[in-house]
Design a protein around this ligand. Structure first.
Ligand code: DER
Length: 235
């Protein structure tokens, strides 16, 4: 099975939790895309009715519009019944790294407002500890004096061998700009950060930081699709 086929299997399994009448958080990324497609399909077949989608990015908003999924926002629906979204890393405590697609802020707002948050991943996303993949742990920051903020983030995690890099988009090397008009500094770790809650608090205390990509104690269910089958873990 290809990685994308595994993503699709996890996504379809998650959509089994969707009931008619729900307000749904619609995730962002290549795995969540399959879940949104599936919801659109069930709606068009009349197997799901009266769904309201709360998209976690402009990209997902466009996908949902093209599928005819009725959409709204957190102002109109401050409580969301269920969110389905992917993740870049899942640790053994169901802590996540998200945001490698750049949508972490709206994802965290929507998923923080959910009664249930179902995470869908293929098995390559499982890690021993957050940051262990050596891939980015994103931090959304305001553009003003981004270098000042990036250096302070790097210093914060010197003990974990952290390096901070401004995310650029395209070949011209311009800074990547999020849906919210902010920049992203990607943090790369060589060792375990240790106490993630303390790390989260330290990041958010830096003036100029908007949000980070660690989703701690937020997932209620994790669905992992692997070569040997699908594994569902509840909090
Ligand atoms: O950017 C994000 O938060 C995405 O949900 C990411 O975490 C997972 O993206 P993928 O499903 O394309 O791997």
């Amino acid at each position: 099975l290809t990685q994308d086929e595994l993503k699709k299997i996890a996504a379809y399994k998650a959509v089994e939790y969707v009931e008619s009448g729900m307000v749904l958080g619609l995730g962002t990324g290549s795995t969540a895309k399959h879940a949104v497609d599936r919801i659109g399909e069930l709606l068009s077949q009349g197997k799901l009715k009266n769904i309201i989608g709360i998209p976690t990015s402009k990209k997902t908003h466009e996908q949902a519009v093209s599928l005819g999924i009725p959409l709204s926002d957190l102002d109109s629906h401050p409580v969301v019944d269920l969110a389905i979204d992917g993740a870049d890393e899942v640790d053994p405590h169901m802590n996540l790294v998200k945001g490698r697609g750049g949508s972490l802020l709206r994802e965290k707002m929507v998923e923080g407002a959910c009664k249930k948050f179902v995470v869908i991943v293929d098995e390559t996303k499982l890690v021993k500890y957050v940051g262990a993949s050596g891939l980015a742990m994103p931090v959304e920051i305001i553009p003003f004096c981004w270098k000042f903020t990036a250096i302070r983030l790097q210093k914060l995690f010197e003990y974990a061998g952290c390096s901070a890099k401004l995310r650029t988009s395209g070949e011209n090397g311009d800074p990547f700009v999020t849906d919210n008009g902010n920049y992203i500094v990607d943090l790369y770790f060589k060792q375990d950060m240790g106490d993630l809650r303390a790390a989260s608090d330290a990041i958010l205390q830096l003036a100029g930081v908007v949000e980070h990509g660690m989703f701690l104690d937020m997932a209620t269910t994790v669905i992992v699709a692997g070569e040997l089958g699908v594994k569902v873990t509840d909090k």
